[in-house]
Design a binder for this molecule. Structure first.
Ligand SMILES: [Zn+2]
Length: 224
């Protein structure tokens, strides 16, 4: 008998569950907010957390296998209502293998004021590869939101979504989660720094060098 998708992809399913739990324990999302997905290794679609499930009780059996048209192949019949931003991200970014979307507090404070994060701290470039832009507003779950988001994510690992939250992506789920964590921390620094005084953004030559270092790190990771 042919194996189920869950039997074939059990290790990646367990990673999705683990990442969703960590997203909650790290305080990046709460309740049923936020969602996590991974590209299937043979690129036949993605694996995503279900809609409305408390992540504390999430198991691999609760996840949804979905193809690139958004059709459920196996698992829970109700994938996350924010599925469109995940599928659009994987299609726009062939390098991306994991996506984490959170509603973390400080990043959301910037998202609701539609404030992009400039390159003002060394750590940002190494983790996100550039400034964190704000994708224009789109209704949650809509193709417009997905399209706006893709425009903000062309060459970086993170973006804010106007009046909504943050998205982080990576070569794997660990990177995607780390990106969300760093964006949250840097959002907190940014908001506090704005109270202290004017912020000095990094100079162009510094940003250029850091971007090169980021791209070199990515190439090493991918064995290029
Ligand atoms: Zn959301």
């Amino acid at each position: 008998m042919e194996k189920t998708l869950l039997e074939q992809y059990r290790p990646i399913a367990e990673q999705v569950v683990q990442t969703a739990r960590e997203m909650i324990t790290k305080g990046l999302a709460y309740g049923v907010a936020g969602n996590v997905s991974a590209r299937l290794p043979d690129n036949r679609g993605l694996l995503i957390t279900p809609s409305g499930k408390n992540y504390g009780k999430l198991t691999a059996e609760d996840l949804c296998f979905v193809d690139w048209q958004g059709q459920v192949l196996e698992g829970s019949p109700r994938p996350s209502s924010e599925l469109a931003i995940h599928t659009a991200t994987y299609q726009a970014r062939p390098d991306c293998r994991g996506v984490v979307h959170t509603h973390s507090t400080f990043a959301c404070a910037l998202a609701v004021t539609r404030t992009a994060i400039p390159v003002f701290i060394d750590e940002l470039m190494y983790v996100t590869g550039g400034p964190v832009r704000v994708a224009e507003y789109g209704f949650p779950g809509s193709p417009e939101l997905a399209q706006n988001l893709v425009g903000a994510l062309t060459d970086v690992q993170a973006a804010l979504m106007a009046n909504h939250g943050v998205i982080g992506l990576g070569d794997d789920l660990a990177e995607a989660l780390h990106v969300c964590e760093v964006v949250e921390k840097i959002s907190e620094v940014y908001i506090n720094a704005l109270k202290v005084g004017p912020i000095f953004e990094l100079e162009g030559w510094v940003i250029e060098r850091q971007r090169k270092a980021f791209l070199a790190k990515k190439a090493r990771q991918r064995g290029q």
